[in-house]
Design a protein around this ligand. Structure first.
Ligand SMILES: Cc1cc2nc3c(=O)[nH]c(=O)nc-3n(C[C@H](O)[C@H](O)[C@H](O)COP(=O)(O)OP(=O)(O)OC[C@H]3O[C@@H](n4cnc5c(N)ncnc54)[C@H](O)[C@@H]3O)c2cc1C
Length: 303
């Protein structure tokens, strides 16, 4: 017996098994790419899906998993948050990204949701963007015309806006090699511990040289502007400093460019204050300093 309550099917649904087939489909007609669906389906609540053509990429061979790519690393487009959280053979530079993976939604979301989908959806509060910016990640975009690479900062352009052309598929996230002792940190401030849409979030990746001075550093702040921002000039300016010098040097002016919204989760002014405190705490943690040392740089500012 047929149920009259059957959900309407999408106008078209393709589930290609190979990358050439997926790219050929995207070149031939407009499709919405579907990975874990954890952004796509909630965004369609109350709206019919029978006007959408879906290209489900979850079965495309070669897009899954985390692998070495030369000196660096490659996160395939269908890699889920759970796979990332459980990848305990990754170097400590990934600790911030893996901490973000453990905080995205709950277990069900982490099981289905992909890191690449998080970037393509381009929410200002996307947890994957700051840790990947701090790691100096690039994205690989493929189409029938070939493959191009873009720094992540040039891919996520604004609220739900990316540099991806409609006929392109994000096939991988590429992360360069970091010094062996580099450590990544991710700090997310929200109104509660779980299932949090961030008020502000910060990621820092940093490594010290043999003399105990900063050798390399990446800093990014999310949920405080339309797209998360990478503070490359600030990070470069910390190279050569001791952790104490670096922590003492941070001022509100270093985070110029943040333009947070006022909403029920926090005012713009609060978000900017919180971001600076989080940057200090994340930098201290990445450099092996105590949080008290970070707080000592500016008494009284703890989110
Ligand atoms: C209850 C709940 C809690 C959540 N909590 C969090 C959270 O704490 N932090 C957070 O950051 N997010 C959160 N999310 C959002 C979501 O789970 C993540 O952004 C997730 O990473 C999206 O991945 P996906 O594979 O499900 O994307 P999908 O929904 O499949 O796709 C998202 C978008 O990206 C496009 N897309 C996906 N993959 C590709 C590709 N390879 N190439 C081109 N385009 C592509 C799709 O067309 C779509 O526009 C939550 C969602 C829910 C429902």
């Amino acid at each position: 017996m047929h149920s009259t309550l059957a959900a309407p099917a999408p106008a078209r649904y393709l589930q290609p098994a190979t990358l050439p087939d997926a790219l050929a489909a995207l070149a031939a007609a407009p499709f919405t790419v579907l990975a874990g669906g954890t952004d796509f389906y909630p965004g369609r609540v109350g709206k019919p899906v029978d006007d959408v053509a879906l290209l489900d990429i979850t079965r495309v061979a070669g897009l899954a998993g985390i692998s070495r790519a030369g000196e660096g690393w490659r996160i395939g487009a269908t890699t889920t948050w759970r796979e990332l959280a459980e990848a305990d053979d990754l170097p400590a530079a990934f600790d911030g990204l893996r901490a973000a993976a453990r905080e995205v939604g709950g277990a069900q979301i982490q099981n289905s949701g992909t890191v690449a989908g998080n970037l393509c959806n381009a929410s200002p509060a996307a947890d994957g963007v700051p840790p990947l910016l701090a790691l100096a990640a690039e994205v690989e975009l493929a189409s029938t015309a070939g493959t191009r690479r873009l720094p992540l900062a040039q891919f996520v352009l604004g609220n739900r806006k990316t540099a991806r052309a409609p006929h392109e598929l994000l096939t991988a996230i590429l992360i360069p090699a970091w010094p062996a002792d580099a450590r990544g940190v991710f700090l997310k401030l929200g109104p509660r511990k779980y299932l949090v849409i961030s008020i502000a979030m910060v990621s820092v990746v940093a490594a010290l040289d043999a003399g105990g001075r900063i050798a390399r550093c990446g800093i990014a702040v999310g949920a405080c502007s339309a797209a998360a921002l990478s503070f490359d000039t600030l990070a470069q300016g910390l190279v050569g400093r001791t952790p104490a010098e670096a922590l003492a040097s941070l001022t509100p002016a270093d985070l110029q460019g943040l333009a947070p919204i006022n909403d029920v989760r926090g005012s713009a002014a609060y978000r900017i204050d919180a971001a600076l405190v989080l940057v200090r705490q994340a930098l201290a943690k990445a450099l092996g300093q105590s949080t008290a040392q970070a707080a000592g740089a500016t008494p009284g500012q703890t989110p």
